[in-house]
Design a protein around this ligand. Structure first.
Ligand code: FRU
Length: 510
C-alpha cells in the first residue's frame, strides 16, 4: 500500500519529468528524474538489472525532505528512471529517508535499508533529530516499509555515540550467509566511528563492534561508509565532513577517503594501513560500490560538492549527477580507478593525431584566461560528449616545458583548463572561466608523477561534467561544468614545444 505522500511524489515526478528533454540532461551520467539528487543509495544488482536509488527531493532543485529516487540499467550507462521508491511517510522517517543500501533476499525480494530521520521536541523545548535504521522490502519497483521499523533504534548506539548522527547503513552478506551492516556514527569526542552490526536474516540486528574510527586525523563525522574486499585487501570508503587539507589531499571540506587495510573475515577485524583521497577534483562525494555479476568492483559517487551545490538556480528542472561508473583495482598499495569498460561500446567517430607538435609560446606563462594567440586547435578534436586519451611529452627532454594546457568546453569567452606542470609534478584543474558567476571554489591541484615530462590523461566529457584519469587511473579529478553545451572547442597551449598523441571518440548516448 503506497502512502499519500508517495503517490503525490510519483504523480509530480511523472508530470514534471516529461518537460525535461533528453538534450537538457547528461548523455550517460545519471541525473534525477526531476528536482534534487544527492548520494547514491541502494546501488545493487537485482533480478538481472543494476539498480541505483538516490537521495531525492522531487519538488525543487534543492535539498528538502529526503525521498529515494530510483533508476535501473543494463550497463550502468543507459539509465531508465523508475518511480520514486520511498517517501518520508512514517513517524520514524517523517523528516527524511536518508542514505542506505540494498541487497537481494533469499526469498527473492529486494531489501532496502535506510536511515529514518525524525525530529522531536525534547525536555528543554529544543527540536532534536533522531536517526534510526529502517527496512523496506519490494519487487524492484514497489517497496513496503517493514512493520517492525526501526530495526536499529538509538538504543543500539554504544554509550560514546551521538543519537543525532547515526546513519547511512551499508549491508553485505558474508560467505557463511550471515549479514553485516556498517553504520556511521559520531562519537562524543566529535569524530566519526563506523559501527558494525550482525544479523542472520537481515531483519534482526545486534551490535558487534566498532569496525573503524576516526582518531581526528580525517575530518569530523564520517558519512556514507562502504566496505569490500579487493585484490587481497580490505577497503573502507568514507566521506568525512570538515576535512583539513593535507598536502594536495582532502581539499574539499566534505571529502572522500579510501582506507586500505588488513581484513580478517573470521573475526570481522579491519586494521587500517593507508588513507588516500579517492578523487582529487571538485565534485565527488558519498561514493558507493557494487560487485558486478562478472566479478568487477565498480564505484559511483555523487558528482557534486556540498559547499558549491547551493550556488545554482533552485528553479532548474533538475540538479545533481552521479559520476561515471569506475572499475576499481588496488595496485602498489593504491586505489586505481578507470571508467567502466562498457563505455567503450559507446565510442564512435575516432579522430587520432599522433606525434603532433604543439609549438611553444613563452607568453602562456604569464597569461591567465583568454589568450587566443597561443591556442593550438587540432582537426576534429572538439566535443562535449567525448572519450579522449592524450599522451604528453616534451620535444626536448633536456629542456622540458614548464606548463602545458588542455582547454576544454571552450568558445571565445569560456574555457576550463587542465594545466600540467611537470617540474612540480602537478596537474591543476581550473574552471573559473567556465561560465559560473561564483568563481570561488573552482580550482584544484593534485600531485601526479611525471616521467621526464611525460604523462598520460584520459578525459571523459559529458554535457555537464569532466572526469580526468591520470596515469592509467592512479589519480582521478572530477568536476561538473555549467558551461553552455555549444562551447565545445578544445585547444592546447605550451610554453616550450610539446609532442602529443591524441585519440578522441565521440560518445553516443543512443
Ligand atoms: C551525505 C548525507 C548523508 C545523509 C544524506 C542526507 O551526503 O549527508 O549522511 O544520509 O546526505 O541527504
Amino acid at each position: 500500500m503506497s502512502s499519500q505522500t508517495l503517490r503525490e511524489a510519483r504523480k509530480y515526478e511523472e508530470a514534471l519529468a516529461k518537460l525535461i528533454s533528453k538534450e537538457d540532461r547528461p548523455g550517460f551520467h545519471l541525473s534525477p528524474r526531476v528536482g534534487w539528487m544527492n548520494d547514491p543509495n541502494g546501488f545493487s544488482y537485482y533480478n538481472g538489472k543494476y539498480h541505483m536509488f538516490y537521495q531525492y527531493y522531487p519538488y525543487e532543485a534543492a535539498w528538502g525532505p529526503m525521498h529515494w529516487g530510483h533508476a535501473v540499467s543494463d550497463d550502468l550507462l543507459h539509465w531508465e528512471h523508475l518511480t520514486c521508491a520511498l517517501a518520508p511517510d512514517e513517524f520514524y522517517d517523517k523528516d527524511g529517508v536518508f542514505s542506505g543500501s540494498a541487497i537481494g533476499l533469499p526469498d527473492g525480494r529486494q531489501l532496502l535499508i535506510y536511515t529514518g530521520v525524525m525530529k522531536r521536541t525534547v525536555e528543554n523545548g529544543h527540536l532534536k533529530e533522531f536517526q534510526t535504521q529502517c527496512l523496506a522490502m519490494g519487487d524492484g519497483e514497489d517497496y513496503e516499509k517493514y512493520a517492525n521499523n526501526p530495526v536499529l533504534g538509538t538504543d543500539a548506539i554504544p554509550a560514546n555515540g551521538n543519537v543525532e548522527h547515526f546513519r547511512d547503513p551499508k549491508i553485505w552478506q558474508k560467505k557463511d550467509g550471515s549479514y553485516r551492516l556498517l553504520v556511521a556514527n559520531l562519537k562524543d569526542d566529535g569524530f566519526g566511528q563506523l559501527l558494525l552490526f550482525k544479523s542472520k536474516n537481515a531483519l534482526n540486528w545486534e551490535f558487534e563492534k566498532v569496525f573503524a574510527e576516526n582518531d581526528g586525523s580525517y575530518g569530523l563525522m564520517w558519512e556514507c561508509p562502504d566496505f569490500f574486499e579487493l585484490d587481497g585487501q580490505g577497503v573502507i570508503f568514507v566521506s568525512p565532513q570538515d576535512m583539513l587539507p593535507e598536502g594536495f589531499e582532502f581539499h574539499n571540506g566534505n571529502g572522500n577517503v579510501c582506507i586500505i587495510g588488513d581484513y580478517d573475515d573470521a573475526t570481522d577485524t579491519f586494521v587500517p594501513k593507508t588513507f588516500q583521497a579517492v578523487d582529487y577534483g571538485i565534485d565527488f562525494y558519498a561514493h558507493q560500490s557494487i560487485l558486478t555479476p562478472d566479478g568487477r568492483r565498480v564505484m559511483i559517487g555523487w558528482m557534486q560538492n556540498w559547499d558549491t551545490s547551493g550556488a545554482h538556480d533552485r528553479n532548474l528542472p533538475w540538479f545533481g549527477q552521479m559520476t561515471v561508473p569506475r572499475e576499481l583495482e588496488i595496485k602498489n598499495g593504491r586505489l586505481y580507478q578507470n571508467p567502466i569498460r562498457e563505455l567503450e561500446s559507446m565510442r564512435k567517430d575516432k579522430v587520432e593525431h599522433l606525434n603532433t607538435v604543439i609549438k611553444g609560446d613563452e607568453s602562456v606563462l604569464d597569461t591567465e584566461g583568454h589568450n587566443p594567440s597561443s591556442r593550438v586547435y587540432l582537426d576534429g578534436i572538439e566535443g562535449r560528449q567525448i572519450d579522449m586519451t592524450i599522451t604528453i611529452h616534451p620535444e626536448n627532454v633536456e629542456d622540458i616545458y614548464d606548463k602545458f594546457t588542455i582547454g576544454l568546453a571552450s568558445d571565445s569567452k569560456k574555457h576550463t583548463d587542465v594545466i600540467f606542470r611537470p617540474k612540480e609534478n602537478i596537474v591543476k584543474l581550473d574552471r573559473k572561466f567556465s561560465g559560473s558567476r561564483r568563481s570561488i571554489v573552482h580550482q584544484r591541484r593534485t600531485k601526479v608523477p611525471f616521467n621526464n615530462g611525460e604523462v598520460k590523461v584520459r578525459i571523459i566529457l559529458d554535457r555537464f561534467s569532466m572526469e580526468l584519469f591520470f596515469e592509467d587511473g592512479a589519480y582521478a579529478m572530477t568536476a561538473t561544468l555549467d558551461t553552455d553545451v555549444s562551447a565545445k572547442e578544445i585547444y592546447f597551449e605550451a610554453n616550450k614545444n610539446v609532442i602529443i598523441d591524441v585519440t578522441k571518440y565521440d560518445l553516443s548516448d543512443n
